[in-house]
Write a protein that binds this ligand. Sequence first.
Ligand code: G6Q
Length: 546
Amino acid sequence: MTLNKTNPSKTKSWESLQSISENLKAQSILSLFENDSHRVSSHTVKWEEFLIDFSKNKIDQSAWDALYSLASECKLEEAKKSYFEGATINETEGRAVLHTALRAQNTAVRIDGVPIDEDIKAVKEQMRRFTSSVIEGSHKGFTGKSITDVVNIGIGGSDLGPVMVVDAMAYYKNHLKVHFVSNVDGDHINEVLKDLNPETTLFVIVSKSFTTQETLANATTAKKWFLNFAEEKWVANHFAAVSTNLKMIDEFGIDQKNVFTMWNWVGGRFSLWSSVGLSIAMAIGYDRFEELLNGAQGMDEHFYEAPIALNIPTRMALLSVWYNNFLEAETEALIPYTQYLQRFPAYLQQAIMESNGKGVDREGNEVTYQTGNIVWGEPGTNAQHAFFQLIHQGTKLIPVDFIGFKSSLHGDQSHHDKLMSNFFAQTEALLNGKSAEQVKKELISEGKSLQEINALLPHKVFKGDNPTTTLLIDRLTPYNLGALIAAYEHKIFVQGVIWNIFSYDQWGVELGKQLAKTILDEWNTKKAASHDPSTKELISYYRQNS
Ligand code: G6Q
């Protein structure tokens, strides 16, 4: 069953949302609180250790109801079934989208009639054995020493998920040092290699296709570096690979027993749950990797079963559609109040923008409405000292997700209270703002003259009425992190369903790759290719001066 091809802008609910939005644009969020004494409880969803407060958003119940109808007109429930049951919902690549099967305890899903459950279990078992042998030290390098450093070589989906999770789970980490090399920039790999001991280093080459220029270049450099110190036969102890392309791995010379398969039904940017997460399992141990998977599975079940009004990912998605398509917001910010999640916005930038940055609908027509929202962010409180000025007093509507935790991991309550007082204060300030009267009173009490007050006043006023969603989670555990990531994954899915686009392909990254190949070939063969005048001039300047 493929996805329905409903044009959302032709639905009845879309029309209602347009008129509701006209009415709501004129109302402040504060007035919505005044009109509804139960607003906080009716706009808050609780699930396991998550509490999501949607009440500080510019939306009322009539808009929520119309969004729920929109989801139904766009056949969200049917789409969810197709997603979880392994239908070919990635139509343009002819693939299912089954990262959910990787975290299910058991799955009855079959691909082309073939069950996948046993394959998933076998790879997980291989991961458990391999990571345990490296962590416990029984896996030895070429001089008989145990491994101390693991280098994940991969890019995009084969890098961003693992690097984000390894960073986020630093508190749970074991003794292994885990490094990530992604960029084809030789300075990246050379910076990492310069501090490594080849006797105790394990390289994990992660590439679903095993044809990616960056990863192959870095893997080749790593192997060359290693062979300066050891004979070829020792590559088996120091290199592992994750891929669907077993033939190419063989040509690269990696021992079959260190090869971890993955499948075409796992999209790159959703692959951290597969063997692509090998470096995560190395860093925190296989059992904690399983806890991460269990958290994602918990969220999968919630997403699949919870009624729409209590469904966290669905409400997050519909809210984003509301801002994007009816209140003309172009971007959304995401501010985790924990340093551990510093890579979370970057990870979600790929997941969200590569998935939903599409301008053609599921019938191949150009869309006539906005799709893929722009996502950005940095951890708080750092972000407050950087770009929060624009959110508070700039001219753009920027809905913000605030993600915070009830307890810190190291248990320093004094720091945590300071952090969380900022967390709550920011959403409060964004909502309430600061009126001219308040500012005037303050300036008077500071002893400012009338002239000074008049000059300063407009600059110190905060209009407020800036929407935020608060995600308050008990603790940053592997389980809760898995659930949090899965919530955003399903948000992406729901948005794609509503927008009638294909979320799981990424043709937009191909053209640049093709042209880079043309330019490189041109330099290697010394045969000029044609370029626009600007690019031609720039290339010639580069070639003369480098
Ligand atoms: C993700 C994309 C992309 C991909 C990289 C690496 O969904 O497909 O980011 O992960 O291009 O691809 P390989 O894993 O095939 O090297």
